[in-house]
Write a protein that binds this ligand. Structure first.
Ligand SMILES: Nc1ncnc2c1ncn2[C@@H]1O[C@H](COP(=O)(O)OP(=O)(O)OP(=O)(O)O)[C@@H](O)[C@H]1O
Length: 312
């Protein structure tokens, strides 16, 4: 197996009396997309700062792209792109294109390479019309796309995003997610992102790390995360005629029957069966008019994980 892009072992960071990160051990392989989630103050930003060489660990080990981020900060910055939602890496008063030029120089890219990469990113992120606009005049969605372009200018192996879609409208979120999916597919970029928006996790990540009071509380798939607290997907079926309770469908459990059996909701465990199998079983016996799938409410899943660990 290739070497991990991120590796932590028993990583600890204390602030006076607060243990912000508590013996955190995990690793991320090249090309993975990992959601790093947890309540406010759980320790997400502190971990990211240690991964990128901004904060020194109190104890334990961290390696980013195989390097010690405190000792090799410059080398790490050449291989990692970071976007902190609240902090900008762009020059506020300059036209956007100048920020790209300056960042290219900082990364020691030659002008031709900088221009070529800028052109690609600007096209993919549909930012052409904004290149001449001072950064301070960009909308929030435009600025976030610009931040991500800036973080990717030097084609890093790892892109770390702290709340990339916070405050964005639905369309901007969707475009940004589509871009990140494509970036990952085309370049194999490894993604680590923190978010409070579970849509980001669902659309972008194949693995979730849940941090709770500085500790790793879960490491696995989103489906697995839902499974750990008993949250299930629900298939909502609209039937052509009032139908007796569908309480004998293998792998599914009737949650509700409404309007005399015209609409029935069946919960199923996505690790044991599929919506297609449940639907096939029902439609072999009844006339199904319409259907919808309700995903588990992941905010609720996360809340339940905290509740299980005794946190309010
Ligand atoms: N510079 C600092 N000085 C003192 N305490 C800090 C500092 N930075 C973070 N902390 C504390 O460490 C803990 C973890 O904070 P951190 O910012 O890593 O959480 P987070 O999971 O990123 O939260 P959020 O989702 O709100 O950004 C919190 O209790 C926070 O108050």
């Amino acid at each position: 197996m290739s070497d991990p892009v991120i590796e932590t072992h028993e990583l600890v960071r204390d602030f006076r009396r607060t243990r912000a990160v508590d013996r955190m051990t995990f690793s991320v392989a090249p090309g993975e997309a990992v959601g790093y989630i947890g309540a406010n103050g759980a320790g997400k930003s502190t971990t990211i700062k240690m991964l990128t060489g901004i904060l020194r660990p109190t104890s334990g080990r961290v390696r980013t792209c195989g390097l010690d981020p405190m000792r090799r900060r410059v080398d790490v910055s050449r291989r990692v792109g970071v976007v902190f939602g609240q902090r900008s890496q762009l020059w506020w008063d300059l036209p956007l294109r100048d920020s790209f030029a300056i960042l290219g120089a900082i990364h020691r890219m030659d002008d031709v390479a900088t221009r070529a990469r800028t052109d690609v990113l600007v096209e993919q992120l549909e930012m052409g019309p904004q290149l001449g606009t001072p950064v301070r005049s960009l909308s929030l969605g435009q600025r976030m796309r610009a931040e991500i372009a800036a973080a990717l200018l030097h084609s890093p192996e790892l892109l770390v995003l702290d709340e990339p879609t916070i405050g964005l409208d639905v369309l901007s979120k969707q475009r940004l997610r589509e871009f990140l999916v494509a970036e990952r597919r085309e370049r194999g970029t490894t993604l680590l992102l923190t978010t409070h928006d579970m849509g980001d996790i669902e659309r972008l990540c194949d693995r979730v790390l849940v941090v709770d009071r500085g500790r790793l509380a879960f490491d696995g798939t989103l489906t697995g995360l839902a499974g750990t607290v008993g949250a299930q997907r629900v298939l909502v079926l609209d039937l052509a005629a009032p139908t007796p309770d569908l309480d004998d469908v293998p792998g599914a459990r009737l949650v509700a029957s409404e309007s005399g059996g015209l609409r029935q909701r069946l919960a199923f465990d996505a690790e044991r069966t599929t919506a297609a199998a449940v639907l096939a079983h029902v439609s072999a016996r009844h006339d199904v008019r319409d259907l919808a799938i309700e995903e588990p409410d992941i905010e609720d899943v996360v809340r339940r994980i905290y509740a299980a660990s005794g946190r309010p």
